[in-house]
Design a protein around this ligand. Structure first.
Ligand code: NIG
Ligand code: FE
Length: 408
């Protein structure tokens, strides 16, 4: 299958155990495993005994590894592009103020809107880069980033452009239009008119190739189900998939609304009802759990995990990296929090941060180690995959490959 002078594959890594996740249950473990790739795709996934020749003849570069290799992690819900921080608000919440009180007083999301509007594109990129680097260093190879701190055409565009520019780091970026995140001050008292404006900006950003999906914050302090529906209809008219910040602080039926639009995902979902969970299962809508926000807001209401399991709703995990509710810069840490707070098993957490997260972005070519999938994988210094959820902090990723290239 290969000539001795021209190895068919670009790279091959061997000596580690593989967690392929390429089966409905279990880690899909292959001991003494081998991965090979050409260009950005995996060309071999198996054990050393099954290799059709000697490694050096099969691939131009042969890497000796140890520990475990998993698919590259997929962070399917972040607000990573923003300026400033909200450490002061964190102090206020510790002093007793609630997230909703701070938002209603003009702080919260709107304080990040002010800082983000004030930063030019270069400055916004400069402030966002370290967060992207931190996520990648802990294993992320696909990163979703939302707009939603610009809230006018130029500033939403600026955020989405910065998000796309982060692909320079060698990873995949998916952008989500979240203009329906908060009501900007210039539209105070006119939320329907703001939605009209946000609907008008969408096709203009879409033609620039800046939008992969559309999201909204459906909540008492965000937008109503009727306004969310209008935003979703605009997305559907452009053939764009939707996802939703749903049922985070109250049950407005957001997850069911996302399902009714065949949404890729409903996210947060602490207050989601069993009926909504059933609707999600019917429409293949993924539940994206955001344990960082749960943890930081000291939330006590758990998402309906048993209903999700019972009805077969895939559960994904994400950092929700944002300056207000989840200043979290490690998806592995989100896996740890999901196990601790939500009692996910480490296996559920790993699936949640890989194959289910890919699905929450509508991506079917990653999140598993399988021939033909993207060559996105992480080599970890661990003796068992459960360690990924066990350590708090620290550096476990030894090497991170995205699209066949080493990025860490
Ligand atoms: O996912 N819930 C709304 N949006 C973000 C928080 C954004 C912020 O507070 O800046 C979230 O939790
Ligand atoms: Fe969010």
């Amino acid at each position: 299958m290969t000539s001795s002078t021209h190895p068919a594959w670009d790279g091959l890594i061997l000596g580690a155990s593989l967690a392929t996740l390429d089966a409905p249950q279990g880690y899909g473990e292959i001991r003494d495993g081998v991965l090979a790739w050409k260009d950005d795709r995996l060309t071999f996934v198996g054990s050393r005994a099954d290799l059709p020749g000697t490694p050096q003849k099969l691939a131009r570069e042969v890497i000796e590894a140890h520990g475990w290799i998993t698919p590259g992690l997929v962070d399917c819900h972040t607000h990573l592009v923003f300026a400033g921080d909200r450490a002061r608000e964190f102090e206020m919440r510790l002093g007793g103020a609630s997230y909703e009180e701070i938002a209603r007083a003009g702080g919260g999301i709107l304080s990040t809107v002010r800082a983000t509007r004030a930063a030019d594109e270069g400055e916004l990129l400069r402030q966002s880069l370290p967060r992207a680097h931190a996520l990648i260093a802990d294993g992320v190879t696909t990163l979703e980033i939302k707009s939603g701190y610009g809230l006018d055409f130029d500033n939403e565009r600026k955020m989405l452009r910065v998000a796309r520019r982060l692909e320079q780091l060698g990873i995949s970026v998916r952008t989500t239009y979240l203009a329906a995140h908060a009501l900007p001050p210039e539209f105070a008292g006119r939320s329907d008119e703001y939605i009209d404006a946000a609907i008008e900006w969408l096709p203009r950003l879409h033609v620039e190739g800046l939008v992969d999906a559309v999201d909204a914050f459906c909540e008492g302090i965000g937008f109503s189900p009727a306004q969310t529906r209008r935003m979703f209809e605009a997305a559907r008219a452009l053939g764009l998939p939707v996802k939703l910040h749903a049922d985070q602080l109250s049950d407005l039926g957001g997850a069911a609304l996302a399902a009714a639009f065949d949404g890729l995902s409903a996210d947060h979902v602490e207050y989601t009802s069993e009926d909504s969970a059933r609707a999600m299962a019917e429409h293949g809508t993924v539940a994206v759990l955001l344990p960082g926000a749960f943890h930081v807001l000291r939330e006590t209401r758990l998402p309906p995990l048993d209903a999700f399991r019972q009805h077969g709703v895939p559960m994904a995990l994400a950092t929700d990296c944002n300056p207000g509710t989840s200043p979290l810069q490690s998806l592995r840490q989100a896996m740890q929090l999901a196990c601790t707070h939500f009692r996910l098993t480490p296996e559920e957490a790993l699936r949640g941060a890989t194959v289910h997260a890919a699905r929450a972005l509508g991506l079917e070519d990653r999140g598993v180690l399988r021939v033909g999938a993207r060559a996105d994988f992480v080599q970890w210094h661990i003796g068992h995959p459960a360690e990924l959820c066990y350590w708090l902090g620290g550096r476990l990723a030894h090497a991170v490959h995205a699209g066949g290239h080493r990025v860490v």
